[in-house]
Write a protein that binds this ligand. Sequence first.
Ligand SMILES: O=C(O)C(=O)C[C@@H](O)[C@H](O)[C@H](O)COP(=O)(O)O
Length: 365
Amino acid sequence: MARQVQVNYQEKPCYKIILNHSFDGFLDALEQEGIARDRKICIVTDTNVAKLYLNEVTEICKNAFPVVEYFVFDAGESSKNMATVEKLYEYLIKRHFDRKDLLLALGGGVVGDLTGFAAATYLRGIDFIQMPTTLLSQVDSSIGGKTGVDFLQYKNMVGAFYMPRMVYINIHSLLSLPNLQFASGMGEIIKHGLIRDASYYQWLKDHQAAIQAHDEDILEEMVYGSCLIKKNVVETDPKEQGIRAYLNFGHTIGHAIEKMSDFSLYHGQCVAIGMHSGAYLSFKRGHITKDQYEDILAMIQGFDLPVSVSDYDAGEILANTKSDKKMVGDKIKFIVLEKIGQAAIDMTFSDQELLEGIQVLLTDE
Ligand SMILES: O=C(O)C(=O)C[C@@H](O)[C@H](O)[C@H](O)COP(=O)(O)O
């Protein structure tokens, strides 16, 4: 086995992130973590991931579990809702899944968030394992126990903090990712460096060519580094009472653009665009220099991510930003960079300043 990261919850060991280069080590990982196998398992995945990995993972599970079921839903953010969760509940009820049984989330962020939420609520909570297959889910959404679905016009509006029993990462699955999805994950990875670790940010710059060539050892190093940063943040503040909000850098405006694009832009692309605003406003507040601001833009673009949008109205973006669930009264909980590698919460931005931060994103094309 390659590397492992222990994640604690409320200062007690809770689950491990296990990095590997195939799905083959999954049974050994279950054994190592003392996860019982004399129970039913339901693999939850989407139509895209099912084509790639469902057979392989099902065969592996059949060597360990007496009953292996699978539930496949349509790929995409449009499935991340209560209707899909209800279908999953029904599927589990019909197959007599009880409280000692297990769910396995095989896929990206939508699969992990939705399966985790179903696990948190079905029979008041059954075990689940995260098996993230996208870059974004490996470094971000599978870690920290945020589970949930979108509701009405709000992203991740209904959910629960609910910890997985294990996160099993197969780095090799990154090699089959479409370029846009790989870039989307890089958005969160760049964010990790910017908010928490300047040396990791520099490392990403220094290894850009190898990362983009998908050198598997370098990818492992990068995923491991990001997992460590995320682990550190969620251990310090598991329920987002304080510094966990730093992980929202780029998300406040990013979520608004994601929704306005009708989810045609990937999450990480929208975070990249949102980070542009965050970096710009950090520069305007005098926290970072113009050179650093420009360096951040170049870094984001260097990893094939957008820093602007066309055909959007600044006022509309602001209005959508203000409908984010993270508003405190009429104030936006905005995340800025105090310097490269250190974020801060700032609730003092006026609408005028925010509009200026949005304006820099808009192009005429
Ligand atoms: O784990 C967290 O906390 C994060 O905020 C990580 C984000 O990158 C992630 O997109 C998260 O799902 C956003 O959560 P939300 O509470 O802002 O919806």
